[in-house]
Design a protein around this ligand. Structure first.
Ligand code: ADP
Length: 232
């Protein structure tokens, strides 16, 4: 059985090929490899609500060819489809409270299992608790891969609230339309999600990037961190 090609061969959106690209590709194709995925780029994009994770995920997908797994989007599709899971999740989401770990972990594993032949994943809005982070590590290890790096977007509180209220004018998301609810989500983030950063920092997989300014400049900041990790 042959494993997938390492995600950096051939480069897809950089437009520049490393000098050794041709040799590396031949070698990769000819050598039998175990059926694991150690060469995937698996990225956790981290930050409070309104930090810009969704916006930057789209840019990162284009540059690195990754599969986007957003637990917020997955939950909203369940709501749109009217499933029992969606109906239960909606009550919590409309109150600005996190959905139970087991629910989101199950949804994420379904996505991971179905997309293991790709170049890797961007996890957006997940993990949001330390229990989710532990479950993600275990899950990826089961499939022969792991988180490469967590990149945290740093945005001050007032900017977050302004961005979310602005998004609420067009997104139709009930949780963006009420300042009390936004504050509730920020508290939930501070209490339950912020400790996830320490979990990754403890294993040397944590990088911070300023998340205020031009979208393109923030994006370049994220790419620099990722590329530095890949070059190690
Ligand atoms: P935000 O802009 O607040 O980061 P998301 O779209 O990521 O929004 O999430 C919206 C809501 O969905 C959250 O407030 C929470 O109720 C629920 N949710 C999303 N991801 C998770 C998760 N990993 N664990 C628990 N709840 C989640």
């Amino acid at each position: 059985m042959y494993g997938p090609a390492p995600y950096f061969y051939p480069p897809i959106a950089h437009g520049r090929k490393p000098r050794h690209w041709a040799h590396a590709r031949v070698a990769t194709c000819l050598q039998p490899r175990p059926f694991t995925h150690p060469h995937m780029l698996n990225l956790v994009l981290f930050g409070p609500p309104g930090a810009g994770k969704g916006t930057q995920s789209q840019n990162l997908i284009d540059r690195y060819g990754l599969r986007h797994i957003s637990t917020g989007d997955l939950l909203r599709s369940e709501i749109a489809e009217g499933t029992t899971l969606g109906q239960e999740a909606k009550k919590l989401m409309d109150a600005g409270i996190l959905v139970p770990d087991a629910v989101v972990i199950g949804m994420v594993e379904n996505q991971v299992k179905a997309n293991l032949s790709g170049r890797g994943f961007i996890f957006d809005g997940f993990p949001r608790t330390v229990a989710q982070a532990e479950a993600l590590d275990e899950m990826l290890a089961k499939y022969g891969t792991s988180i490469t790096v967590m990149v945290a977007l740093q945005v001050d509180h007032d900017t977050l609230v302004q961005r979310l209220l602005l998004r609420g004018q067009t997104s139709g998301r009930p949780d963006d339309q009420n300042q009390d609810l936004i504050e509730r989500r920020v508290v939930e983030y501070r209490d339950k999600t912020a400790p996830v950063a320490a979990f990754y920092a403890g294993t040397g997989r944590f990088q911070e990037v300023p998340g205020v300014g031009e979208i393109s400049a923030i994006f370049e900041g994220i790419c620099q961190k990722i590329d530095a990790v890949l070059a190690q």
